[in-house]
Design a protein around this ligand. Structure first.
Ligand code: FE2
Length: 433
């Protein structure tokens, strides 16, 4: 048979080298050495790393690329960001949201992202964001899987019409139930919001992903209720807690009880390292807290963790370029994940762990998986995080949809230009630390 694509001589994330990957009809047909068969395109990987695509499990596509409109966030806090977003919401149009989102999707695809879970604010009686992102989800589907979360940014109980708007959004085709218990008026309302929203998800057979305890307050403990409701309603494996930054500040004894409850509920956890290190601890003097949830301890309990990017150039975050390797790099540093095993895990946190959170079918590099992958100018996942290098090719359904030239520096050595490949400087350490 003639394949659509054969990728030759690739290194896989698990360390296998010299592997060929043959693709046809949108699927991986074979992963082995020495495939010699006709193909519409043969792509030489030259020993570079091939991975399933990057997955971003937490983003806000209705706000992205809006930086500076109508003004900048001066305090740098989450709360000023929410206030600023409330100024932009009534004056932006559906067409503007679509245009910004499509620009971002182009960038994301070029950086090797294959799927994004985006929250969409439903605290707008016109539901402009929902309308816009449903349109974008359909437009980008040949290139990118977009999963939408109905997100009551101003609080499902605090906003007077959020309850009906959330149901309208789900009826329109939004995929996942969101929430923000720490932003409700009281702790009691926050607890009630978790119960209310989980009940809706259970009744409709949907997944849940809540902004939960995105706070420096160690008494913000809504994740406890989220775990309890997940278990009570039989939603195990379908519920994610995003941020969970208050866990950074909680008492150790309380956390020693909490983490087993989260594991029992099979909660997924989504830290957002770039935004968490930027927004948290703004009320601290010194010492200043890091504000990232307890990644090593959650991981040790067997809890699935995926890193999200959250924001790019919007009211909350002025930086970002759709690079999940930037996200992994920051998560690695803030979590002090410096052993070889820990650094390699950080790559999983922006690939397969996040695919599990989103429930993506056919994700991976096994025979029968979707023929979606990214060729990276690095020799292994750790080097990919260290260099955050060029995405040489992005492949979707067995076709190359984005290409990039390798980054090559030129140095004049003794008057003679020399090509320097950053990968040549990679150490080859022994296994272990
Ligand atoms: Fe978020």
């Amino acid at each position: 048979m003639e394949f659509d694509l054969i990728l030759k001589n690739a290194t896989l994330p698990d360390g296998q080298t010299g592997m060929d990957i043959a693709c046809a009809n949108g699927r991986i047909m074979a992963v082995e050495r020495g495939i010699n068969a006709p193909a519409k395109e043969v792509l030489e990987a030259a020993g570079q790393l091939v991975s399933p695509p990057f997955i971003d499990p937490h983003f806000h596509m209705d706000a992205t690329l809006s930086l500076g409109t109508p003004r900048m966030n001066v305090s740098g806090t989450l709360l000023e960001g929410i206030a600023l977003w409330s100024e932009l919401k009534p004056v932006q149009t559906t067409e503007q949201i679509i245009a910004r989102a499509l620009r971002y999707c182009d960038l994301a695809v070029s950086m090797g992202i294959g799927a994004i879970r985006s929250h969409v604010d439903i605290c707008d009686d016109e539901l402009k964001g929902v309308e816009a992102l449903l349109d974008v989800r359909a437009q980008v589907s040949p290139y990118l899987d977009l999963q939408l979360v109905a997100f009551p940014q101003d609080g499902i109980f605090r906003d007077p019409t959020a309850q009906q708007n959330l149901l309208r959004a789900l009826d329109m085709g939004v995929d996942v139930v969101g929430g923000i218990p720490h932003f409700e008026r009281t702790m009691a309302d926050g607890t009630a919001s978790v119960k209310y929203l989980c009940k809706i998800a259970a009744a409709r057979g949907l997944m849940v992903d809540m902004h939960c305890d995105e706070s420096d307050d160690p008494m913000s403990r809504h994740v406890e209720t989220l775990a309890q409701e997940t278990t009570r309603l039989g939603l195990e494996g379908r519920v994610a807690g995003s941020h969970l930054t208050s866990m950074h500040s909680m008492d150790n004894y309380y956390v020693s009880k909490l983490i087993p409850l989260m594991a029992e509920a099979e909660l997924h956890v989504i830290p957002n390292p770039l935004i968490n290190i930027m927004l948290q601890a703004r009320h601290d003097s010194y010492p200043k807290r890091r504000g990232q949830t307890r990644v090593p301890e959650l991981r040790a309990a067997g809890i699935n963790i995926g890193f999200g990017s959250d924001c790019v150039m919007d009211p909350w975050y002025s930086m970002g370029k759709a690079d999940m390797l930037d996200v992994a790099h920051m998560g690695l540093h803030v979590g002090q994940l410096s052993s070889r095993a820990d650094m390699g895990w950080c790559f999983d946190a922006v690939t397969k762990n996040s695919a599990k959170i989103m429930g993506l079918e056919g994700y991976g590099l096994q025979k029968g998986d979707k023929a979606d992958m990214v060729l990276i100018q690095a020799v292994d996942p750790i080097e990919a995080i260290r260099l955050r290098p060029a995405r040489l090719a992005v492949i979707r359904a067995g076709k190359v949809i984005s290409r990039c030239q390798p980054v090559i520096s030129e140095l004049s050595l003794k008057g003679r230009p020399a090509q320097i490949n950053p990968a040549d400087f990679a150490p080859k350490p022994a296994e272990g630390r």
